[in-house]
Ligand binder design. Structure first.
Ligand code: GLN
Length: 206
């Protein structure tokens, strides 16, 4: 009954917190794979862009010729989940970013890098997430702050009024690090998006 083992979910593994995502995805039964080259994207059903350092990740995406393949992957409608620096990569606009850093413009948000300020560089808090019955313990590490969202963006969780987990069609983005807790519910939520997209693709008439 569980179609999860057949889901191939890639994790961009150029830099940052990719191994925890791979572990988390494997723990829920997905076929998690590292992505370092454009060819690695070809057979995937979904993709995670991890946290780390968004300016470094931008540079490495250029070095590894991954920018256009990544844009095509997202445009194909296969689900993508960006966490922290990964969310910054997906943004429409980046405030306090480096002028040459990549904003893929894929989830209708404007983010401010390190937007939670120095004193509270990193913090942990429980947040309510739409669709989850109990709060989720969210770890924020020099997190980006979502300062604007477009009308089509669905806010799944907020912290002190700011959106911290959002969905825009096939793109999910979190300003925190769900891979750093033992709670797999947000990875399951993403896997459900991947499974839905995969089954639509496989049976377009239904
Ligand atoms: N502040 C980092 C950046 O700008 C993101 C931090 C993170 O991914 N934990 O890329």
């Amino acid at each position: 009954m569980n179609a999860l083992p057949s889901l191939a979910i890639g994790v961009l593994a150029l830099q940052g917190a990719f191994s925890a995502h791979i572990e988390r995805l494997r723990a829920i039964g997905a076929d998690a794979r590292s992505v370092r080259l454009p060819v690695d994207l070809e057979t995937l059903d979904g993709l995670v862009l991890p946290g780390g350092e968004s300016t470094t990740m931008s540079n490495l995406l250029r070095t590894f010729d991954l920018v256009e393949p990544l844009r095509r992957f997202i445009a194909s409608g296969r689900p993508v989940f960006g966490t922290c620096a990964g969310m910054i990569l997906l943004a429409d606009r980046i405030l306090d970013g480096r002028p040459d850093q990549i904003a893929l413009g894929s989830c209708g948000i404007v983010v401010r890098r390190n937007g939670y300020g120095r004193q509270v560089d990193s913090f942990e808090t429980d947040i309510d997430v739409a669709g989850l019955s109990d709060p989720f313990h969210a770890i924020f590490i020099r997190a980006p702050r979502i300062e604007q969202i477009s009308a089509e963006v669905e806010v799944l969780a907020r912290h002190e009024g700011d959106p911290v987990l959002v969905r825009a069609g096939s793109v999910l983005a979190a300003s925190f690090h769900p891979e750093l807790t033992n709670d797999d519910r947000i990875h399951r939520l993403f896997a459900d998006m991947v499974r839905d997209a995969t089954s639509n693709e496989r049976s377009p008439a239904r």
